[in-house]
Write a protein that binds this ligand. Structure first.
Ligand SMILES: [Zn+2]
Length: 276
């Protein structure tokens, strides 16, 4: 009898060890992440983002949005260039020829439609910052709760205009914020590029942790060399935010996904494929 009991215990232990580490009984917080094409362009002179380096050299850029399916609802990170850019036959020329000449091969509306997601289905959204290549479609989601840093929200726009429609539902943040209360989607305050720039830490069940860094950095060599664009709001804050991201990557064993880095994005799966 004693032998049979210990055999049963052994079998039970073996059965448990088949599936170590995965909390299968818990419903996953984040279920899927889709990478959306929110623009493509060519930067005229990348020394604009890395003073003194690669002067006069142009580089292809991409503009990326990320759609996250959480058990509690859809969450959109950044909205890209306005869908109106898709209808411009020559694209959107920058006023400074060193900046990015943008095109929009697909609209955000069409990309959501392809996934069967309606704008009203988006439960919450957040933007990394208020430059036009990130907030172009915020008003496609007039009833969606917008998470933004207070410092960004209150940063006066051109002619002292507000940066968002005052009627848009908003949660103004002062620091990091756990969006769904389960640690799976966390806004990280990473000021410097603009006064209230933020990044997003996402924890996927199989892919693992990702930091979506907005424009805390624009391309990989600037990350490796801690290059700070000359027109950033604060160089000091930019460097501190890069360090915060670096510390987060180490702590969470996270990958860094850089919004505008075409070389990196070209190696990633685009919607309708997804990460889980
Ligand atoms: Zn940008």
């Amino acid at each position: 009898m004693k032998r049979a009991g210990s055999l049963a215990a052994l079998l039970l232990a073996a059965a448990l060890s088949v599936n170590p580490g995965h909390a299968q009984s818990e419903k996953p917080g984040v279920e899927k992440l889709y990478i959306l094409n929110c623009g493509e362009g060519v930067a005229g002179d990348i020394s604009r983002w890395s003073p003194g380096v690669n002067e006069g050299k142009s580089m292809d850029f991409v503009d990326t949005c990320y759609l996250i399916k959480h058990a509690q609802g859809w969450f959109l990170w950044d909205t890209g260039l306005s869908d109106a850019v898709a209808a411009m036959p020559n694209g959107l020329a920058p006023s400074d020829p060193r900046a990015v000449y943008w095109h929009r091969p697909k609209t955000l509306a069409a990309e959501l439609d392809q996934l069967g997601v309606k704008p009203a289905d988006i439960k919450a959204m957040a933007i990394s910052h208020t430059h036009p290549d990130h907030i172009g479609n915020v008003e496609m989601f007039p009833t969606t709760m917008l998470y933004v840093q207070k410092a960004e929200y209150e940063w006066p726009g051109a002619n002292n205009e507000p940066r968002f429609k005052p009627a848009h539902p908003v949660t103004k943040l002062e620091g990091d914020h756990d969006v769904f209360g389960d640690g799976s989607v966390t806004l990280l305050s990473t000021p410097g590029h603009t006064p209230g720039h933020q990044s997003l830490l996402v924890k996927l069940p199989h892919t693992g942790a990702l930091v979506l860094s907005g424009d805390a950095v624009h391309f990989k060599s600037n990350w490796d060399n801690r290059g700070v664009p000359s027109n950033n709001f604060s160089k000091e804050q930019t460097l501190a935010s890069m360090q915060k991201i670096s510390d987060t990557l180490a702590k969470e064993k996270a990958q860094l996904w850089i919004n505008h880095d075409k070389a990196q994005r070209d190696g990633l799966k685009m919607s309708p494929e997804f990460y889980d």
